[in-house]
Every structure is written in structure tokens, then in C-alpha cells.
Design a protein around this ligand. Structure first.
Ligand code: ZN
Ligand code: ZN
Length: 413
């Protein structure tokens, strides 16, 4: 086992080389919590070593975010600064890669009025739509990685003192992202190969429908014609191989936005903009959520669904075997990047246009006609379990098992 300082160094190298796969002469944007400054400096050093021309840091601080959300007048929350959106847009248009260190305190905005959160999310979503298009269409390389902030660590390990909780979460992140293996880059290449086999199998099948069954779940999801399954590494418009999520265990595609029917029950809490939604059910008709309930956070769920028309429809369907390392850790991370990789999941909101043939070239109307959902939101929620069965319906109507008892019913090779 490598010591903590070495593991951090290896992690920094991994996110630059395997995560965003930074190229000579390229720029890099990093979103980082201020408390990750030490680690961020290590990452920046690796970036310049890889030939970065410039590294731009967007610092964030949860206390400052909270103070603003609590005190700023609505007109400030409703108006995302144009200069900032323009600056970010300029950078991605110049080919900058994007690295986000994600360690959000899931309870941060618990006592903030939901209207205020909705306002700032909506303003940001609209102002950053071009910037977000660059990311969601893989026009630039991007990577989302975990950083164990103290507040997040304490949420995951509430029984431990702060420092110990953080050290424990670091260890979990190192093992889940394969940093503790002899050659992390090689381990990622092997892992990506497994995911490649799964997605190619599914791409070959072109199922027209997926049928989900588990306790509380009876759901049919239509898949659009020429949908594409992705998983593991992606390829940017410029042909660079990168890893958008670290960790990642999923293969995923898009549902048809008008073709989802039945009920789905969540199996893990969903952390949505500083609030938790727990034990919830959604019922769909022709792709749209027509009723819902939640044991906890129902108001937050309502707010999520009411953001816009597309927030009531699905934008992603993802398969993750129940024996994935994150699932086996038995830890609830209260962090979507980690929890989504422990479980089959669906996303409410925007679909990735890259999940359908020629998607990135389609305009809004064409996307709609092909069943591609659009929204300011894209929120993964977990619905997989050791009981979940999934069948695939082929174009000729025949049915094949895909998942049994939460795991692949197919062996790849
Ligand atoms: Zn996903
Ligand atoms: Zn997603």
C-alpha cells in the first residue's frame, strides 16, 4: 500500500493523464473547493508537466456559498454574471479541458428557501447553456472527480472525528479510483476494456425497450432508434480519449423522452442542490412524471420536477452491476458521482446528445423529434438493487434477459 502523500500524488497524476488526458499546449479549467487548495496545487503542477499552456481555477467555498444563498437579494440570484459566463465560454471555445473536484456538503442548503435555490440554478443553467453544450457534447475533454471535503466526509462517516473521517474517505476514494493499485493507468485501461465490451454488446442489440422489475418498480423504457450506449472512457470532438467520471462503473444511453411508462422506486438517497430526497417513487405516463411521493425531501423533489418541462422526463438510463466495488463497499456516499456507480440509475432532465447517432449535430427540434430530452437539470437517481431484473425487447418483439438479481445476465468475452 502506498502512503497517503504518494497516493495523493498518484491521484493528481491520474486525473490529469487519464481523467482529462491533458494535451501539450492545451488550457485547463479546474473547479475546486478552497479547502482542496493543497491537492489542487499538486494537480496544477501535473498539468503544467503535461504541457498545459494555462490553468484557470474557479475556487468555491461552501461557507461563502451559504452566506450568499442566505443573504443576497433575489435579483442577484436570478442574474448569473454575464462576464463570468462569457469567460468560461471563451475558454472552452479555445479548447480548454474542464476538471471538477466534487465534494459537496449534501446538507449545505438545507435551511435555504427552495425558491432561492431554484432561482440560482435556473439563472446559472440558462447563462451557461453554451458552455454546458461544450461539455455535454464532448466538444472538450472533461472529468468529474471526488475530493473529500470535511463536511462531506463527516456526512459519510458521522461517527468519526473530522480528521479521521476525511482520512477514511480519502482511503475509499483511492481504492475506488484504483489509485492504490500497482499501475493505476493500466488498471483504468483494463476496466475501460470491460465497459467497452458491455456497451458494444448492447449497441449491437439495439433493444427497442427495457423492462425493469423490482420491489416498488415496474417500469418500461423505450429506447430511441439509433441510440448509442457509452461507458468508461469517451472520445472528444478532437479525438482525445478521456474519462468523464472517476470513478465510473456504468454503461448508459438515453431513454425516449415520450416513451417511459410505469413506476420506479429509488433505492438510495438523492442529494440535490444541498438537500436530500429519500425513498421516493415516480410514476410515468408517456415519458412524463404524473405523480410522485417521497418519505423525505418531497418539497425538494417537487422543486426539481418543476424546474422546467424536461425535468419531468428522463435523460439517461444506466446499468451498473450490483457487485461493483462501490456497491460492495456498502457505503452510502450522499454524492451522486459515487452513489450512481453503485447502482443502476436513471436521470431526470437533459439527455446527452452523444447517446444518439448524429445527436451533437441536431438542432432543438430534431432532438425533440428523436426523443432526446432537454432540461436545465440532469439529476441521476439510484434505483438498482440486488433484486432488480431487466429485460430487453428486440425489434422483432422477442425478449432477452439483461440483468438478473441486480447483475448482468450476460457474460462478455
Ligand atoms: Zn450515470
Ligand atoms: Zn447522469
Amino acid at each position: 500500500m502506498v502512503n497517503h502523500a504518494d497516493a495523493m500524488k498518484r491521484y493528481a497524476k491520474l486525473v490529469i493523464e487519464t481523467g482529462v488526458n491533458l494535451q501539450e499546449g492545451q488550457g485547463l479549467i479546474i473547479n475546486s473547493p478552497v479547502e482542496a487548495a493543497e491537492f489542487t496545487r499538486m494537480v496544477v503542477k501535473e498539468a503544467y508537466q503535461a504541457g498545459a499552456k494555462n490553468v484557470h481555477i474557479e475556487w468555491n467555498d461552501e461557507t461563502l456559498t451559504y452566506l450568499k444563498m442566505k443573504n443576497a437579494p433575489m435579483e442577484v440570484l436570478e442574474n448569473y454574471p454575464k462576464w463570468k459566463a462569457q469567460g468560461l465560454e471563451e475558454m472552452v471555445k479555445d479548447g480548454y479541458a474542464l476538471l471538477t473536484m466534487y465534494g459537496e456538503n449534501p446538507d449545505l442548503l438545507k435551511d435555504i428557501d427552495g425558491k432561492r435555490i431554484a432561482a440560482i440554478n435556473k439563472a446559472g443553467g440558462e447563462a451557461l447553456s453554451t458552455y454546458r453544450d461544450y461539455i455535454m457534447n464532448d466538444k472538450v475533454c472533461w472529468s468529474l472527480v471526488g475530493y473529500p471535503t470535511v463536511s462531506w466526509s463527516k456526512k459519510v462517516f458521522p461517527e468519526l472525528p473530522a480528521e479521521e473521517a476525511q482520512a477514511t474517505l480519502w482511503e475509499k476514494i483511492f481504492s475506488i479510483t484504483r489509485v492504490d493499485q500497482d499501475d493505476p493507468a493500466k488498471a483504468w485501461a483494463d476496466h475501460n476494456e470491460t465497459l467497452r465490451q458491455a456497451r458494444e454488446y448492447l449497441n449491437g442489440k439495439q433493444y427497442k425497450q427495457l423492462i425493469y422489475r423490482a420491489e416498488g418498480t415496474d417500469l418500461t423504457i423505450d429506447l430511441p432508434e439509433n441510440h448509442i450506449w457509452h461507458g468508461g472512457s469517451g472520445v472528444s470532438a478532437g479525438g482525445i480519449v478521456f474519462n468523464p467520471n472517476m470513478p465510473t462503473e456504468e454503461v448508459f444511453t438515453m431513454p425516449h423522452k415520450y416513451g417511459v411508462n410505469g413506476t420506479v422506486k429509488s433505492t438510495k438517497p438523492l442529494s440535490y442542490s444541498g438537500n436530500l430526497i429519500e425513498n421516493f417513487s415516480l410514476t410515468f405516463e408517456d415519458g412524463k412524471v404524473v405523480s410522485f411521493s417521497a418519505e423525505k425531501g418531497e418539497e425538494t423533489l417537487q422543486r426539481l420536477l418543476d424546474t422546467d418541462e424536461g425535468s419531468r422526463r428522463l435523460g439517461e438510463v444506466a446499468l451498473v452491476p450490483h457487485e461493483s466495488p462501490i456497491s460492495q463497499s456498502k457505503i452510502i456516499f450522499f454524492n451522486t458521482l459515487f452513489d450512481e456507480n453503485a447502482s443502476c440509475h436513471l436521470a431526470l432532465g437533459k439527455a446527452y446528445p452523444t447517446n444518439i447517432e448524429n445527436g451533437p449535430e441536431m438542432d432543438k427540434q430534431q432532438l425533440d423529434e428523436h426523443g432526446v430530452n432537454d432540461s436545465l437539470n440532469h439529476e441521476d437517481f439510484m434505483m438498482g438493487s440486488a433484486e432488480l431484473d431487466i429485460d430487453g425487447v428486440k425489434k422483432d418483439g422477442s425478449i432477452e434477459p439483461i440483468f438478473r438479481n441486480g447483475s448482468w445476465a450476460i457474460s462478455f468475452s
